[in-house]
Design a binder for this molecule. Structure first.
Ligand SMILES: [Zn+2]
Length: 111
């Protein structure tokens, strides 16, 4: 397990999650605070589950998210554990038909 790396955009220090609350099964609202005392920036943030990358082995039929397209899968491959990168500005972009060269190809259900 790795912790989510949150960086203060002002002073580039780490931020801590002061508290968080669930708003929806896919959405959690968090209140963050910069760990540098002299900065002390505090902010509201949202963590949202947006796309399914791999199906659950214990699926709940009421849990439905759109499957990630090729571009999102490539982004997931680039986001190696342990790396700390700012979210891509292309977040949320969903294109189809570009998965041909991706090693982690989508597994389509034959049901
Ligand atoms: Zn700061």
């Amino acid at each position: 397990m790795s912790t989510y790396k949150l960086v203060c955009p002002h002073c580039k220090s780490r931020m801590r999650i002061r508290t968080s609350e669930g708003r929806h099964i896919f959405l959690r609202v968090a209140y963050l605070q910069c760990t540098t005392e002299a900065c002390g920036w505090s902010v509201r943030a949202e963590f949202e589950m947006t796309h399914e990358l791999s199906p659950s082995g214990m699926p709940d039929p009421t849990v439905r998210l759109p499957c990630a397209g090729g571009e999102l899968r490539q982004a997931a491959l680039r986001a190696e554990p342990g790396q700390s990168k700012a979210p891509s500005e292309k977040r949320g972009v969903h294109r189809k038909g570009k998965a041909a060269s991706v090693p982690f190809a989508p597994q389509l259900s034959k049901a």
